[in-house]
Design a protein around this ligand. Sequence first.
Ligand code: PBG
Length: 303
Amino acid sequence: MVRETDLNVSDLIYPMFVDESLTENAEIALMPGMSRIAERRFADEIARVADLGIRAVMLFGVSAKKDAAGSDALRSDGLLARMVRLAKSAAPQLVVVADICFCEYTDHGHCGVVRDGCVDNDATLSKLARQAVVAAAAGADIVAPSAMMDGQVAAIREALDTAGYTLTPIMAYSSKFASAFYGPFRAAAGCGLQGDRKAYQMDVANRREAVRESQADECEGADSLMVKPAMCHLDVVADVRKATLLPLAAYQVSGEYAMIKFAAQAGAIDERKAVRESLVAIKRAGADIILTYFALDVAREGI
Ligand code: PBG
C-alpha cells in the first residue's frame, strides 16, 4: 500500500537486433542473453516475444548493405521496412517502434550525411523525414528519431503529416548523451564508427541543456521524450519529468545492461535484484516507459 513506484511489463520496450546476413541467430558476446536475430527467424522470434507478454519492441537493423548515405534505410524493400512489416504481420497487437537514424546503415557509422569531415545537420533532416515515412508506410506504430539532429522532430512531423501518417506518434530521443555506454550496441550493430558523436550527441556534463533539448523537441511536435542512457542520468530524467507533461521514456543502454550481466556472472551482484533495483530507480526518477534489454527476462520471470 505504501510503495510509491510500481513496475509492469507494459512499461517496457524490448530492443531487438535483426541481421540480414545471418542464416541462424547469433549470440552477442558483449550482451549475454541477447542475440542478433537472423531475418528468416525474425517472425518466429517476434511471435515468441509477444507470447511471453512483451507489449512493445524497438527494432534495430544490422545491415549488410552499408554505404556513405545509408541509402538502404530509405528503400521500401530495405531492411528497416522489411523488419517492421515482418514484426507487424507476426504479431499485429505488438507496438512496433522504429529507430530512425542512419548509423546502422552508413559505412562511416555516423548518424547522418558527412560533408567535409562533419555531419551536416540540415542535409540530414530531409533524409530522416523520408526514413520515418518509409517506416510508417511499412506499419511502424511509433517512430523514434535517435540521430540528435537539430530540427529532426519538426522535419519528421511535417513529412509524416504530408504523407498521410497524421496518427503516427514521434518518440523523440530528446536528450541523448555522447556516452561511453553504447559500446556493446555498436559492436552488435556492426557500427564501425570513425571519430565520435560529440558534435551532435550531448555532453554528459550538461543538465540544463538536456531540459532545453527536451523542450525544443516538445515544441517541434514530439509525442513523448526520452533520456538516454538512463542509469547514469537519473537526475536528467527527474528534471525532464518536471519540465514536461508528455510521456517520458528512459533507455537502459547496452553498456548498462552489460555491467549488470557481467557483474552477476562474476558473482559480484544478484542479477535479478540488481535488474529490479535499476528499473525501479529509473521509474522512480520519473520515467513512464523504459527501454531495456532485460524486458524479456522481466516478462518471463516477473520482477
Ligand atoms: C543509434 C543508436 C545508438 C543506440 C541506440 N540508437 C547508438 C549510438 O548512438 O551510438 C545505443 C543503444 C544502446 O547502447 O543500447 N543512433
